[in-house]
Design a protein around this ligand. Structure first.
Ligand code: PLP
Length: 256
């Protein structure tokens, strides 16, 4: 039996299981790949919001990555919540060694409103990480935060590409309107729009699920366009089947 491709996930732990590393594991498994999981931070949260974040020491990440990567050949990398700026240099060193697709979901703010961006992190992210990113998946608010002087989302997409990442998918789940418009700025060519009907509920963990599904699909050999389209279909299906675990937002049911 051929083993599944391995996706290295660097993400936070969310005890609700909706977002973070559990979202990665489930979305990757549903796509027939296997997650290798390195936790960047622990969080206190419920289905409404995040309340506290405790980063894991950067040196601990380095030791986990060194040991794991001597043994296992990863086919793609997914980066989610970063605990602090010190973790960035460990992660960029690792990316330099591994020449595989990198999907980065720049988690800067929880859907419930909690600010997940460590002081100075958006600028540091742009400088250090973006040149090594294959697909960046900010939502509209995160794209604006990463490029504060941009006037339009198209300006954000252009600036993020100019900072070095190959493809940018700005998701529109956090924008108003009865259609969700996701904007793909491809490495070559012009903007492509993906449109989805807006589902009636609110969700926790959609962005993590999408980014992980993209990483799994790239690892399985799909081109970027197919991976983006397929991962959005996955996410739309998982959100349509989402369920409540408390009195806040629903969490996706990430079935194959
Ligand atoms: N907690 C962790 C560990 C996350 O990675 C994220 C988002 O990626 C969140 C919380 C917030 O998720 P959401 O904005 O979907 O509520």
């Amino acid at each position: 039996m051929t083993p599944p491709p391995l996706i290295l996930c660097l993400s936070g732990h969310d005890p609700t299981g909706g977002a973070g590393i559990q979202a990665d594991i489930e979305a990757i498994k549903a796509n027939g790949a296997q997650a290798l999981t390195v936790i960047t931070a622990y969080t206190v949260q419920d289905s409404h919001n995040v309340f506290e974040v405790q980063p894991v020491a950067a040196d601990w990440l380095r030791r986990q990555l060194d040991r794991l990567l001597q043994d296992c050949a990863v086919a793609a990398i997914k980066i989610g919540l970063l605990g602090d700026a010190a973790q960035l240099s460990v992660i960029t060193d690792t990316l330099r060694r591994l020449r595989v697709p990198v999907v980065c979901d720049p988690v800067l703010r929880a859907g419930g409103g909690y600010d997940l961006a460590v002081a100075g992190l958006p600028q540091t992210l742009i400088r250090q990480l973006l040149p090594q990113v294959t697909v960046l998946t900010p939502n509209a608010a995160e794209a604006r935060r990463l490029v504060p002087d941009a006037v339009t989302l198209d300006d954000c997409g252009a600036a993020l590409q100019a900072a070095g990442c190959e493809h940018v998918l700005i998701t529109g789940g956090d924008e108003p309107g009865d259609r969700v418009r996701n904007r793909w700025y491809p490495r070559r060519g012009t903007l492509q729009l993906f449109e989805w009907p807006r589902l009636p509920e609110t969700f926790h963990g959609a962005g993590c699920s999408l980014a992980s599904a993209i990483a799994a699909r790239l690892a399985l050999g799909q081109g970027v366009g197919d991976a983006l389209r397929g991962a959005q279909q996955d996410t739309q299906r998982w959100l349509a089947a989402a369920f409540s675990i408390g009195s806040g937002r629903r969490i996706p049911d990430r079935r194959p």
